[in-house]
Design a protein around this ligand. Structure first.
Ligand code: PHE
Length: 450
């Protein structure tokens, strides 16, 4: 396939894999994983989540990488190039829409993280504020103006990186900061297990309450979490795959991304849940869980402020390499479609997304009466639509495209599987298993099955 003018290419094999990992590992693994797992009863949810990663997630990561590398274009353009005039590109358009929606609230939460980081930097949170950590959090997020500043700052950083180009922007920093975050999470989870809530925390995470499986909601939640955490179903991995030359072996890369991403989530769970029980908190406390639990944990360590500082700094960095990949999906599309410069596209789109995020921020306070989907506030509703509906729907179309829109031999060759057993298993998963399961989860959640 010919290259479009002005497209980047990763500098090395490592560059691509690090970028894909950087996209996957982010707030999804710590902030979202912990509260969604907490709300959905723990172990049974975790089991479904992991099953979905294996039978749906990994096969679709492979499909996105394969499509992107072959087409060398953005999320929409890749479909136009490989299947001109066919309707498959709706997957890409859905993806671009999902990028706008997800980044809009991702910027809000990442802003909160950045605010916490600065509060550890100045020492404010080294010991509990007079009103306690929980009230501190609530009064911050319900404040009508303060969170904007941090959301703005974080979005400005994201725009700055996409402005200079993802390659220059992120290939290097992921190499150091992501492993550091991994180490820190492991250390903190070991510590958390000593706080007295280990037994309950471990049981919550690993001993399934099988009756939970009768609740159709957990399937949709697990599917959405799997797609969100893997950066899947919206062409982020197509876009990153398109900056790839032919030397990468895709199956190895896909599995590494999934294994790394899932490990981060599980370690984060081991860090949070024992602490939740030790502190006598409710695991189903919602999106504020990390913000309300972790400061107490740091407080209980001598000089724990250092850990708080590192934790929020490294999490903000991880969020940045994810937000960059979200913005890149939209920017890459607009650059090609409207022949905008990268600079113009990142500034304009970044600003629009910032503005779209404002109601999510206000929805915590002044607009908290507004509930859109089933008692969810604005932020949760946008998250629900984008992560639980758009991403799996995009993934479904991508799976069908790869499984049915490609000739078998082409799919096997372009994915680097070749005529191997694994390759045939992959094709089976992508043709039948992944689409059917996604479809069933959608069906069951509109209540047709109960
Ligand atoms: N996977 C990222 C995270 O876990 C979020 C993300 C979703 C990034 C979709 C890109 C696309 O934080």
């Amino acid at each position: 396939m010919s290259n479009e003018p002005g497209r980047e290419q990763w500098a090395s094999r490592l560059g691509f894999i690090l970028a894909a990992m950087g996209s996957a590992v982010g707030l999804g693994n710590v902030w979202r994983f912990s509260y969604v797992t907490g709300e959905n009863g723990g172990a049974a949810f975790l089991l479904i989540y992991m099953a979905f990663i294996i039978i749906i997630g990994i096969p679709i990561i492979m499909a996105e990488f394969t499509i992107g590398r072959k087409a060398q274009s953005d999320a929409v353009g890749s479909f136009e190039k490989l299947a001109p005039g066919k309707p498959w590109k709706v997957a890409g358009l859905l993806g671009v829409a999902a990028a706008f929606l997800i980044l809009s609230f991702y910027g809000v939460i990442a802003g909160w993280i950045t605010y916490y980081f600065t509060n550890y930097l100045t020492g404010t949170l080294w010991s509990a504020p007079a009103e306690g950590y929980e009230s501190f959090f609530i009064s911050f997020i319900t404040n009508p103006t303060k969170p904007f500043f941090w959301q703005f700052l974080f979005m400005a950083l994201t725009v700055a990186i996409v402005f200079v180009g993802v390659k220059k922007g992120i290939e290097r920093s992921n190499k150091i900061l992501m492993p550091l975050l991994g180490v820190l999470l492991i250390v903190l989870s070991i510590y958390s297990l000593t706080l007295g809530g280990a037994q309950k925390g471990l049981a919550f995470l690993f001993t399934p309450d099988w009756t939970a499986l009768t609740d159709p909601n957990i399937y949709l939640a697990a599917l959405g979490q799997a797609f969100f955490s893997l950066s899947l179903g919206m062409g982020a991995l197509i876009t990153y795959g398109s900056y790839l030359s032919n030397q990468e072996r895709l199956p190895g890369a896909a599995v590494s991304v999934a294994v790394l991403d899932t490990s981060f989530a599980i370690v984060a769970g081991l860090m949070i849940f024992p602490a939740v029980f030790a502190l006598g908190m409710d695991p189903a406390s919602g999106p504020g869980l990390v913000f309300m639990v972790m400061p107490d944990v740091f407080d209980s360590i001598g000089f724990g402020g250092i850990f708080g500082l590192l934790f929020f700094f490294l999490l903000a960095a991880a969020a940045l390499s994810s937000s960059v990949s979200l913005l890149e999906v939209a920017v890459a599309y607009f650059i090609r479609k409207f022949s905008w410069s990268r600079q113009k596209a990142s500034l304009i789109i970044g600003s629009i997304i910032f503005v779209i995020g404002i109601p999510s921020s206000l929805g915590q306070g002044v607009l908290s009466d507004i509930q859109i989907i089933g008692g969810r506030d604005i932020l949760d509703s946008i998250d629900f639509i984008a992560s639980n509906i758009f991403l799996p729907l995009g993934g479904l179309i991508i799976a069908l495209f790869m499984g049915w829109g490609f000739k078998k031999a082409d799919a096997l060759r372009d994915s680097d599987f070749g005529e191997t057993t694994l390759g045939h298993i992959w094709l089976f998963l992508i043709k039948f298993v992944a689409p059917i399961f996604i479809f069933l989860v959608f069906l069951s959640s509109i209540g047709l099955f109960n």
